[in-house]
Design a protein around this ligand. Structure first.
Ligand SMILES: Cc1cc2nc3c(=O)[nH]c(=O)nc-3n(C[C@H](O)[C@H](O)[C@H](O)COP(=O)(O)OP(=O)(O)OC[C@H]3O[C@@H](n4cnc5c(N)ncnc54)[C@H](O)[C@@H]3O)c2cc1C
Length: 307
């Protein structure tokens, strides 16, 4: 639990950069819902981040790094602590070793889309499965983002992070136990950057695959409304979307939050939904799935903050 005065005292004498207090997270989250964070800091370089994190730890103030907020819901009561918005840490670079191994390195706040553009510019293949995933590198590594049978763990080589002791550390892929939508990293670790190993390919094929995937997403996903991607994790045997349809919940609403008519594993914001509307809908789906099908649905979206 933190309050604004405590955060101001803690950060007052260091070079914090841009900071907003009592800032609505609905302005940043892709679902356009969410309560206020006590403070939101715009991270633009690693030194600034390290200084801030060190101070917040000393003062026992909670903090959480976020990227594009495409997979996160902040409850309406808000987040009591400091949200570290990593988007400004967005460098992307390319390296080809003398052995002709090809790597793209990207800072945590870089959008997956900009990494894909760079890969295409260098004619590198391997990350096309990420096309259309609107997250950042930090969020994608933390969530082990995936699609079309591939996941971030299949392409990441090294993850650079700020560990719980506030020190920088590099972990090779084999040292991280990745699982479905999860990287086995300490909860407090902050991903600084990651290096991906890709293969030389042909620009035309890379482009073709990428646009096929993006087109498929436009056809299948309700991108015309604010959303946070798939709400629930996959289950064995059938897709969650099919299960929710079978429960008769397609189109069901709580306030302005609605189970998408286009894809039932998406909840969309049809205007003025609150986080509580979305969470009520999630709970309703979970309880019906359990009662009627004996299936436990686990949210894929990360839910934080106070009721
Ligand atoms: C239209 C749409 C389609 C989507 N399709 C897919 C899909 O096909 N596959 C898929 O896997 N996901 C999908 N998603 C979900 C989401 O885009 C991914 O999970 C993405 O990787 C999240 O990145 P982010 O930057 O938005 O993370 P955020 O939502 O900002 O954060 C997600 C989690 O990562 C943590 N985090 C973020 N940055 C860091 C960091 N630097 N260090 C440590 N922790 C960090 C946050 O604390 C939080 O726990 C989709 C979302 C939308 C809206």
């Amino acid at each position: 639990m933190a309050d604004i005065n405590k955060i101001q005292d803690a950060l007052g004498d260091i070079a914090v950069g841009k900071i907003l207090y009592d800032e609505p997270m609905s302005r940043y989250a892709s679902l356009l819902v969410g309560g206020k964070a006590d403070a939101l800091v715009f991270i633009v370089n690693e030194d600034q981040l390290i200084q801030i994190v060190r101070r917040l730890k000393e003062k026992k103030i909670d903090f959480l790094p976020v990227g594009n907020m495409t997979n996160i819901i902040v409850r309406d009561g808000g987040y009591h602590g400091v949200i570290l918005l990593m988007k400004g840490l967005n460098g992307v670079s390319y390296l080809c070793t003398p052995e002709r191994q090809h790597y793209i390195s990207a800072q945590a706040g870089a959008a997956l889309a900009s990494v894909l553009s760079r890969a295409l510019a260098e004619e590198l293949t391997g990350m096309e499965f990420c096309a259309g995933i609107p997250g950042s590198i930090g969020g994608a590594v933390r969530m082990n983002a995936g699609a079309y049978g591939r996941e971030i763990k299949d392409v990441v080589e090294i993850v650079f992070l700020l560990d719980v002791d506030g020190k920088k550390k590099a972990l090779r892929r084999e040292e991280i136990s990745f699982s479905y939508r999860k990287a086995g990293l300490p909860p407090e670790a902050i991903i600084l950057s990651a290096r991906f190993r890709l293969e030389k390919g042909q620009a035309q094929q890379i482009k073709k695959r990428t646009s096929e995937i993006i087109q498929w997403r436009h056809e299948k996903h309700p991108l015309e409304y604010p959303n946070a991607g798939s709400v629930f994790k996959n289950i064995p045997g059938q897709t969650v979307g099919e299960l929710i349809e079978e429960l008769g919940m397609k189109g069901v609403s709580c306030g302005d939050a609605q189970v998408s008519l286009k894809h039932a594993n998406f909840i969309v914001n049809r205007g003025k939904a609150k986080a509580s509307d979305v969470l009520e809908l999630i709970a309703l789906i979970q309880s019906k799935a359990k009662q009627e099908k004996g299936v436990i649905l686990e949210p894929e979206v990360v839910i934080i903050g106070e009721d």
